[in-house]
Design a protein around this ligand. Structure first.
Ligand code: HEM
Ligand code: HEM
Length: 415
């Protein structure tokens, strides 16, 4: 197992042993997560945290569950090789928020690396910091108790894609790929002599001491984000265009109606997922981004599109005449589909996965070329057919409807 730079230094110099400390080392799949803590009975807490930089972020917090936890989260800073320490408070199963109530600062000094360090083949976040008021924050078992011989802590790390480069301690982090809990004996980590309390370093970081894991890390991950994207993109880039193509090719308004109804149902489910997703992240919880607002407007327009089509159908059946509602239905449909496709691009930007726009753009371009080719070809062949029919019998009315739907007369009025 590779070790962070601070640990290599430790073995090289067989160095300093702290007066009082507890250390937890967890072998994550990309390398060790090391969390070492030393405290003074005054409430000052000194921490070393290191973990593989392959993860978007790593974090350790007080308590056995997110709610009430005081967390220290580390991710890549805006300078190459730099880190950002983001102390956050958590109120449950949503992204924890940065809090300037938590008084923590990085500690510099010999043997302390506050950076991304490279060992033979692994890059490690390494942070050393001092906090003055952690014992006053958090709630439940998330309130750090220096007299507790089995103080619960939790740890988690983010996905391996979507690296953050941010100096802001409020940067958006994705839901964890894994999380777990451990305990530490705070009585062994706390000294009454505040002069000797310091960030653990050297040999103090080598192995689990006065601490223990509660089983293995649980695998987690954001499944709702990809499901939201898949279902919304399927609705707007596949199902609705397919419904348009089938209308022309099968000339069946019933099948068109069924396919578009499936699309509307998918969009309602997808928006439901989007609304749930919005509650998880700080950047989305206010539902004020262009992506969310425009997405909600599109859903309303989709429902209107359905209602307008249906109303038009009722009027047509009664008066046997084309209606303005039929016209609106015909032009609003493609506009909504185009809007939905565009909202896919803004979605990837919003979630920080803008690299996916390249693949999405290529897929959309291919689909649009196929759809327009099919529709264009159908229109062209229909015109040819009609010209032929007209030449055969000039007195007979052409078979297409006045809205250019190329359907049997009146059939476009079914939906
Ligand atoms: C975007 C940020 C985060 C989101 C959306 C999130 C969401 C969630 C959700 C939904 C669960 C419940 C999982 C289940 O029961 O299947 C959970 C559990 C958990 N999370 Fe997070 N989390 C985030 C950040 C963090 C951080 C930063 C840590 C630690 C530093 C953490 C540690 C844990 C732990 C230990 C659990 C299991 C204990 C519990 O249920 O509270 N989480 N999280
Ligand atoms: C036409 C409608 C919509 C389409 C095509 C669409 C598509 C997408 C796509 C492709 C993503 C990127 C997902 C990822 O990278 O994993 C995304 C993200 C997201 N969408 Fe939508 N979406 C739509 C409507 C909505 C609505 C109405 C809401 C909520 C009110 C919403 C909330 C979100 C949120 C919160 C994220 C980002 C989550 C994160 O930070 O990772 N979306 N959407």
């Amino acid at each position: 197992m590779y070790r962070p730079f601070d640990l290599l230094l430790a073995s090289a110099f067989a160095a300093v042993t702290n007066a009082a400390f507890s250390t937890f080392v967890y072998p994550a799949d990309k390398g060790n997560l090391t969390f070492a803590l030393s405290a003074a009975s005054t409430g000052d807490v000194y921490v070393h945290l290191s973990a593989p930089a392959a993860y978007q972020w790593v974090g350790v917090g007080t308590g056995s569950e997110m709610s009430g936890s005081v967390m220290w989260i580390v991710y890549a800073g805006s300078d190459k090789g730099g880190i950002t320490l983001s102390p956050r408070l958590s109120e449950g199963h949503v992204e924890p928020s940065f809090s300037d109530q938590i008084n923590c600062a990085l500690v510099n000094g010999e043997g302390y690396h506050n950076s991304i360090d490279r060992t033979v083949s692994t890059r490690y976040y390494s942070a050393n910091f001092h906090c003055t008021n952690v014992t006053t924050l958090g709630h439940g078992d998330g309130k750090l108790n220096l007299g507790n011989a089995k103080q619960p802590f939790l740890y988690a790390w983010g996905p391996t894609d979507g690296a953050i480069s941010s100096a802001s301690n409020n940067a958006g982090i994705k839901r964890h790929d894994s999380y777990g809990t451990f305990w530490m004996d705070m009585t062994k980590a706390t000294t009454s002599n505040s002069a000797v309390a310091a960030v653990p370093t050297g040999a103090a970081l080598l192995s689990t001491t006065n601490a223990g894991a509660d089983g293995k890390a649980e695998n987690d991950g954001d499944k709702v984000g990809p499901a939201h994207a898949a279902i919304m993109l399927a609705a707007f880039a596949i199902i609705f265009p397919l419904g348009a193509v089938l209308l022309r090719f099968l000339e069946s308004v019933k099948i068109h109606g069924i396919v578009q109804a499936i699309g509307v149902f998918a969009a309602i489910v997808g928006v439901g997922m989007g609304v749930y997703l919005s509650t998880l992240y700080n950047h989305s919880k206010d539902v004020s981004s262009g992506h969310q607002v425009f997405g909600l407007i599109l859903l309303v327009l989709l429902l209107c599109q359905w209602a307008i089509g249906f109303y038009h159908h009722l009027r047509f059946r009664k008066y046997k005449k084309p209606t303005i509602y039929g016209r609106i239905h015909l032009f609003l449909g493609p506009a909504i589909v185009l809007g939905g496709i565009i909202n896919g691009f803004t979605g990837f930007n919003f979630s920080g996965d803008s690299h996916n726009n390249v693949y999405y753009g290529i897929a959309v371009a291919i689909i649009l070329v196929i759809v327009f080719t099919l529709l264009g070809w159908k229109k062209w062949s229909k015109r040819r057919q009609q010209k032929g029919t007209q030449m055969m019998d000039d007195n007979e009315e052409p078979e297409h409807d006045h809205l250019g739907l190329n359907l049997l007369r009146g059939s476009h009025n079914v939906l």
